[in-house]
Design a protein around this ligand. Structure first.
Ligand code: HEC
Length: 162
């Protein structure tokens, strides 16, 4: 192999290698965030899905509102992630009927039972709920639009279109 061919080859592999490292770095970075997300999701599923599940077939068989409905209600009341997380953590640590935002749900299901959750877990769960699209049961969209034909609180634009 001629010398300048060899040089070209080396140059090419250097370029390729450096290209690879940036790709690796990117992969690593996205792994960190998806690891957090995975942790939040696992905690959420293990601690909350027993009641706030999405696998119910109809509105009649549920024992608590789906988390997507809770999220919608809490996002209406709290504007920032910080406030949202604080409110969800406070609620789940000590649910009291007087503090409930979801009056209809309390009437229908009774107030959420007090359970022992770790505060650090609740913070991760609430952050996960805020940041991620929460699965909704198949029946939820039509139920929501029937119950709130003019959108939430009569405000247009809160109606679910998708
Ligand atoms: C044993 C069943 C059960 C489990 C487990 C459960 N919930 Fe609930 N949750 C309920 C019921 C029932 C309601 C509806 C009545 C109410 O609002 O209190 C509710 C309502 C809520 C509300 C709305 C409260 C309001 O303002 O009215 C939030 C927020 C909430 N749950 C968060 C959570 C989180 C976070 C978890 C997991 C860490 C969780 N729940 C686990 C039964 C449960």
């Amino acid at each position: 192999m001629k010398l300048n061919n060899l040089a070209a080859l080396m140059l090419a592999s250097i370029v390729l290698l450096s290209c690879n490292t940036t790709k690796e770095e990117k992969k690593l970075k996205s792994k960190v965030t998806s690891k957090e997300t995975n942790e939040g999701y696992t905690l959420f599923k293990n601690n909350c899905y027993a009641c706030h599940s999405v696998i119910s077939k109809s509105h009649d068989e549920i024992i608590a509102p789906p988390m997507v409905a809770v999220k919608r209600r809490y996002k209406m009341a709290y504007n920032s992630k910080e406030e949202f997380v604080k409110a969800v953590v406070a609620w789940a640590s000590d649910p009291k009927e007087d503090n409930a935002l979801m009056r209809g749900a309390v009437n229908q299901f009774k107030v959420m039972p007090k359970q022992l959750f770790k505060k650090e877990d609740l913070i991760k769960i609430a952050g996960y709920i805020y940041d991620n699209e929460i699965e909704q049961p198949a029946w939820f969209k039509s139920h929501f639009n029937t119950m709130h034909p003019n959108g939430m609180g009569g405000k247009k634009g809160m109606k679910m279109n998708n």
